[in-house]
Design a binder for this molecule. Structure first.
Ligand code: PHE
Length: 474
């Protein structure tokens, strides 16, 4: 519990804020734990599954270049802005907006954020379940014997029970870690899982780059073809940056509410963005050299890349040395499981924290509400590939697609606009500077503040509005 009076907000606090719930909340204990837990939220299927798909479909190096500009100039300031809200208010996301702007409708963004993570967690755990299934199959050796990987994937993902049970297993795994608490659960597991994840990635990237013909894949990633850059590349890069950094929907604010007062927010955001981006690019270096070393596979294979194309590549590349193929594919799917898990934890924690802080509920009970809700929604998402595939109640979309669309196309961009306006214009500038400098104990050059305010006041809301409208009208 944090008793430092400086971290309290000068605005009047809500009567409910702090009721018992404060003692149930925790703090991250170490700086390393903070960076790794937050990077764990960011690093996920978005980096290892979605990033290579987007890169493959949008021309490789040119996409990566635009992506880098997005994460540096929008990712870092937006993440810092979320940290400011969370650490200043020291409570869940809905209460945080209420506390910082009492009796004004800003708090609705907090509720929208919680709805958003609930929906994302529901469809994300279905994909995470698929990954878990592939890890299990890779371990048992059955994946290596599959010759038609496309039919294998379709047969599994459209069946009723198997994908459902794997999604359930994933949610229960998340639940168990959340119930253990901030330090004993989230921080401890992130400190354990993230280094393992980085190590596996390095091993796989080295393995992939030494495959015959891998150089073409490396070139695809490093040599930009500027003629490929058009508005759709820019839009996809920005959307990918937001999803990958878990920005704007409250996960990062919730984690920041567990930061200690001496944590440098801007530096932490830069570190997390750096790790997340490194992991995304590294997964490009795992996937594309392997893709290019198999003649008849194209890099723009789309979402099936990880579930259809890669197993096929693993099998054909290592047909001479099956043991190596076994280790390579097992490590790859374990990597995906770990990355997904550290992200699902952060989504789950946002809503769990809300029940704990708002209603003084025990952590176990709060987590149970969230887990049960997501189990029901995830089941609907999973079934929408199989028995419910003809049930499309949302403008012709099934559950999985509708949840994906409403979060990525609507809630995330709109919350991003509100977040940047809130921190850039609504919060007193002095408060923002206090948080950035940890109450004037940190010294930064002036251009950094000017840069931060310029990006958060002007660039972020305008760029995101542009994307939002463009997606909407397309
Ligand atoms: N950033 C995560 C990933 O890359 C996904 C995520 C989105 C996590 C939103 C939390 C909130 O997979």
């Amino acid at each position: 519990m944090n008793n430092d009076p400086n971290t309290k907000v000068s605005a009047p606090t809500l009567p409910r804020e702090g009721r018992g719930g404060q003692s149930a909340r925790g703090n991250f204990a170490t700086r390393l734990g903070i960076v790794l837990a937050t990077a764990g939220s960011a690093v996920g299927l978005g980096n290892i599954w979605r990033f290579p798909v987007e890169t493959g479909e949008h021309g490789g190096a040119a996409f990566i270049l635009i992506y880098l500009l997005c994460v540096i100039f929008l990712g870092v300031p937006m993440m810092t802005a979320e940290f400011i809200i969370g650490r200043r208010a020291h409570t869940d996301i809905a209460s945080a907006y209420q506390q910082l702007a009492p009796r004004q409708p800003w708090f609705l963004t907090g509720y929208a954020g919680m709805l958003c993570v609930t929906l994302i967690l529901s469809y994300y755990s279905v994909v995470a379940g698929w990954v878990l299934k592939y890890a299990v199959d890779a371990a048992s050796g059955s994946l290596a014997g599959v010759s038609d990987t496309a039919s294998y994937f379709t047969a599994f993902s459209t069946s009723t029970w198997s994908p459902l049970l794997f999604a359930l297993a994933f949610l229960l795994l998340t639940h168990v870690i959340i119930v253990r608490g901030v330090q004993n659960g989230i921080e401890r597991f992130s400190k354990l899982l993230m280094p393992i994840l980085l190590l596996i990635m390095l091993l796989l990237a080295v393995g992939s780059m030494t495959m015959p013909g891998a150089a073409a894949g490396v070139e695809f990633l490093l040599k930009p073809d500027f003629s490929k850059i058009d508005s759709s590349v820019v839009l996809s890069a920005l959307g990918q940056a937001f999803f990958s950094l878990s920005i704007a929907i409250g996960c990062l604010s919730t984690y920041a509410s567990y930061f200690k007062p001496d944590v440098p927010l801007m530096k932490t955001a830069a570190n997390v963005v750096g790790i997340d981006t490194a992991v995304a690019i590294l997964s490009g270096f795992i996937i594309f050299p392997a893709v290019f070393s198999v003649q008849d596979v194209s890099p723009d294979a789309g979402p099936g890349l990880v579930f259809v194309t890669l197993p096929q590549i693993f099998n054909s590349l290592f047909s001479g040395i099956p043991a190596l193929g076994y280790v390579f594919s097992l490590l790859f799917y374990i990597l995906l499981v770990l990355a997904a898990l550290t992200s699902t934890i952060s989504m789950h924690e946002e809503v769990t924290a809300f029940f704990v802080d708002r209603y003084s509920t025990s952590r176990r009970r709060a987590a149970t509400y969230m887990t049960l809700t997501t189990i029901v929604l995830a089941a609907l998402c999973s079934l929408s590939f199989g028995p419910l595939s003809d049930f499309r109640p949302f403008f012709g979309r099934g559950f999985f697609d509708a949840f994906n669309d409403v979060t990525a196309l609507w809630i995330m961009p709109l919350s991003g606009i509100v977040l940047s306006i809130f921190v850039g214009w609504r919060l007193p500038k002095s408060l923002v500077i206090e948080e950035l400098t940890n109450h004037h104990t940190l010294r930064y050059p002036d251009w950094l503040f000017h840069g931060f305010f310029f990006l958060i006041r002007w660039v972020a809301p305008i760029a995101i509005s542009f994307i939002f409208l463009n997606e909407l009208l397309s």
